[in-house]
Design a protein around this ligand. Structure first.
Ligand SMILES: NC(=O)c1ccc[n+]([C@@H]2O[C@H](COP(=O)([O-])OP(=O)(O)OC[C@H]3O[C@@H](n4cnc5c(N)ncnc54)[C@H](O)[C@@H]3O)[C@@H](O)[C@H]2O)c1
Length: 430
């Protein structure tokens, strides 16, 4: 199958590389010339485990190409995946400008039947909008279908998630078009849910909203644990084993971030409002998430007797481990809050230090976690990279001015850390 993927970001590049790996001919198109230039040179613009190998192998085999010529990509392919950004717009609604621009180009460039598959996360009803734009942009009347195929991959394990999905959702009004998309996924041996376009679009927001709810819910339980002396890890172990609940996305910490949950929760609140419904539970989840990093920094200030002039080490900057993505990272939020309180912050992150410095010019970063902790009066662990779990506690203690750890991701065993001579505060830990 000849496929074009519009947008070579976290979703588009993984989608393109994986479909190429499954034996299709894929052309990935993007308006960002630097990104495409890097990809043509075999360099991967993002940090994503396993992606470099799969891109290089498939490019070498001639199955994966890159271009900035969007029209050419449309002409070259029968199936066009749309994987451009849908960032947060005014009032929380999703900004559809990139999706609309692609739809217009497709309409103008198509010279025969095209199947347009929307993988971007878009408000319910966008399938129709895309169809209308394509129709209005055409100079000749070529047939086309629009299918919704939301993506559920997680950054940090994106290639694995794409290749091993829990399910594939295909929303269509023309069953034959839906079937064509379903066939692309058949080699993955995953359940394929074929539904209507509106429901498919709703499925994506519902999934993300529910996961965000789970995180805010368990963060509130952790905050209560802090007050009553229970331990959130014990609570989650006991509750998560209930098959109706399950332990995924059920860890307490400094809150959710990233390129999806923050914007998708707000977008669903906006979708609901436009449909005349006040989505109260989700609004609360967003509020709780907004407060969680503040609580963490407040706690640090209380233990340190104020943060002004205090030397603080911060481990982690990306919104989660195994990615360099800084979008809506609660770690960056904490760095900013610490600075606002007058702390002297030195941070370390194995993948996103340069990106963070581009965003926060005053940010001081270290070459490794130990250097960041030198002479620090406190260490805040705010992204749960594995390398932080395996740290040499004795060495760390020797470097710090005061052996005090604030574990924003609950990665350490409090007893072990305390036995190593540290003062330890987690989120909801005894
Ligand atoms: N990142 C995730 O983990 C994830 C997971 C599931 C779904 N999604 C959704 O997938 C979509 C893409 O997310 P992302 O994180 O990959 O975004 P991204 O910002 O990393 O990538 C978007 C890419 O689209 C390109 N682009 C913009 N306008 C274009 C145009 N007119 N033609 C061609 N390319 C264009 C940009 O240059 C950029 O490279 C969003 O709707 C997002 O909500 C993201």
């Amino acid at each position: 199958m000849r496929i074009a993927v519009m947008g070579t970001g976290y979703v588009g590049l993984v989608t393109g590389a994986c479909f190429a790996d499954l034996g299709n001919h894929v052309i990935c198109a993007d308006v960002d010339e630097d990104k495409i230039g890097m990809l043509k040179d075999g360099e991967i613009p993002i940090f994503e485990p396993g992606l470099t190998e799969i891109v290089r192998i498939n490019a070498k085999m001639g199955r994966l190409e890159f271009t900035t010529d969007i029209e050419d990509a449309v002409k070259d392919s029968k199936i066009i995946f749309v994987a451009v950004g849908t960032p947060q717009g005014a009032d929380g609604e999703a900004d559809l400008n990139q999706v609309k621009a692609v739809a217009e180009t497709v309409g103008k460039a198509m010279d025969g039947y095209r199947l347009v598959v929307n993988k971007s996360t878009v408000p319910v009803g966008t399938g129709d909008v895309v169809g209308q734009i394509i129709e209005e942009s055409q100079t000749e009347n070529h047939p086309f279908d629009v299918v919704s195929n939301p993506e559920f991959l997680r950054e940090g394990s994106a290639v694995h998630d794409f290749m091993h999905p829990d399910r594939v959702v295909v929303g269509c009004s023309n069953q034959a078009a839906g079937q064509m998309v379903a066939e692309l996924y058949e080699p993955l041996d995953a359940p394929i849910i074929i539904t209507d376009i509106l429901s498919a679009e709703m499925i994506k927001y519902t999934s993300n909203a529910f996961l965000a709810l789970k995180i805010s819910f368990i963060n509130e339980i952790a905050n209560i644990c802090d007050g009553v002396g229970a331990d959130i890890k014990e609570v989650v172990a006991g509750v998560g084993m209930d098959g109706r609940i399950n332990p995924a996305f059920f860890g307490a910490g400094i809150g959710f971030g990233g390129s999806c949950f923050p914007k998708d929760t707000l977008a669903l609140i906006d979708i609901a409002a436009k449909a005349g419904y006040d989505f109260r539970v989700l609004r609360s989840a967003v509020d709780v998430n907004y407060d969680q990093p503040k609580r963490f920094v407040k706690r640090m200030g209380e233990e340190l007797g104020g943060l002004n002039g205090k030397k603080v080490a911060v481990w982690g900057l990306s919104f989660k481990p195994n990615t360099d993505d800084l979008r809506e990272s609660p770690a960056l939020g904490i760095v900013r809050l610490l600075k606002d309180e007058g702390a002297d912050v030195t941070a370390y992150d194995p993948a996103s230090a340069d990106g963070a410095k581009a965003e926060i010019p005053w940010l001081v970063t270290a070459e490794n976690p130990y250097d960041a902790a030198k002479a620090a009066e406190a260490l805040a662990v705010v992204t749960d990279w594995n390398m932080f779990k395996e740290v040499n506690l004795e060495k760390l203690k020797g470097l710090m001015a005061r052996p005090l750890i604030f574990d924003g991701r609950n990665i350490y065993d409090p007893e072990k850390v305390r036995a190593a001579g540290f003062e330890y505060y987690g989120v909801g830990r005894r």
